[in-house]
Design a binder for this molecule. Structure first.
Ligand code: GUN
Length: 293
């Protein structure tokens, strides 16, 4: 393997350590950051994610609680809960874990949140601010984590060609906007590819920085990567593997065995972007508490 590994566990831990000092400062002012997770239904992956986020909050002395609702919760009930959380001064951040059950309209639900408590950065007010370059917005956690991985690995996107594969509201679009901003960690020339892109490999091979959030296992192979490029793999896919004890293993959207022979830097899966999402959620929650204090 020739690529340098970007260690998201180590970088995420360093960020959480930095936040510890901020939490202590708030505590001295009598403010304990509070984060409420809303989990609707029994999606096993969502349950795991919320548990991991709660554990990170505990370790940082951020108060967190999880409100679990049954899968058939009427939308009006969920909206009424959000109204209560919006009004609760001890709750600085609200996170509605996605995806929601089909009968619930995620757009309406996210819209109901107070943008000042939207630590996911998904509310249209925060999305709009991000696109406009207003730094007061909460940055969506995974995209903010991608930028942090680059900057803390000494990689400056300024003037580089960044190619983003994927256009989701959670990763692809916001990460493209962050890379485009006239701000530290930005100033890249950005191409966004998606499922309708013709000849994907032609674009990915042009990338100095390749951010892959396609949601499809190992779609980016070694031959699609320019030698020396920086590869950030946002994908987490469970694939069956009879050789593994559990019967499955986690892979990214990038074929790591091939890509790591070509790239200059690469994130592993797991242990790359994943831990950064949680670290950035903690940062946004501390920011929310600071702004409310
Ligand atoms: N589902 C997958 N990623 C996320 C995320 O960052 N936030 C929320 N709320 N749900 C998700």
């Amino acid at each position: 393997m020739s690529a340098k590994i970007i260690d998201g566990n180590a970088i995420g831990k360093a960020i959480r350590e930095e936040l510890r000092a901020e939490v202590a400062l708030l505590e001295a002012k009598g403010v304990v950051p509070g984060l409420t997770f809303v989990l609707v239904g029994e999606n096993p992956a969502s349950q795991v994610y919320v548990r991991m986020k709660g554990k990170a909050a505990d370790e940082l002395k951020v108060r967190s609680d999880t409100i679990s609702l049954s899968a058939d919760t009427p939308e009006a009930e969920l909206l009424a809960l959000l109204d209560r959380l919006n009004a609760d001064v001890t709750v600085h951040g609200i996170l509605v874990q996605l995806p929601l059950p089909k009968h619930l309209n995620a757009g309406r639900v996210i819209n109901r949140m107070d943008p000042a408590k939207d630590v996911d950065g998904f509310h249209p007010v925060n999305v709009g601010k991000l696109v406009m370059g207003d730094r007061s917005a909460y940055r969506p956690c995974t995209p903010a984590g991608v930028l942090e991985l680059l900057v803390r690995s000494g990689i400056d996107p300024r003037g580089q060609h960044a190619v983003v594969v994927g256009r989701s509201m959670i990763v692809g679009r916001p990460v493209a906007n962050l890379l485009l901003q006239d701000a530290p960690g930005g100033n890249a020339t950005v191409t966004v590819c998606h499922t309708k892109t013709k000849d994907l490999a032609r674009h990915t091979r042009e990338a100095d920085i390749l951010v892959v959030a396609a949601g499809r296992p190992e779609v980016i192979t070694g031959d699609m990567i320019r030698p020396g490029a920086v590869v950030i793999d946002v994908g987490v896919n469970r694939i069956t593997d009879p050789a593994s004890q559990s019967g499955y293993r986690l892979v990214g959207d990038v074929k790591f065995s091939e890509a790591s022979e070509v790239a200059g830097f690469i994130t592993p899966v797991p242990g790359g972007v994943g831990p950064m999402t949680i670290a950035m959620l903690m940062r946004n929650t501390v920011q929310a508490a600071r702004q409310a204090a």
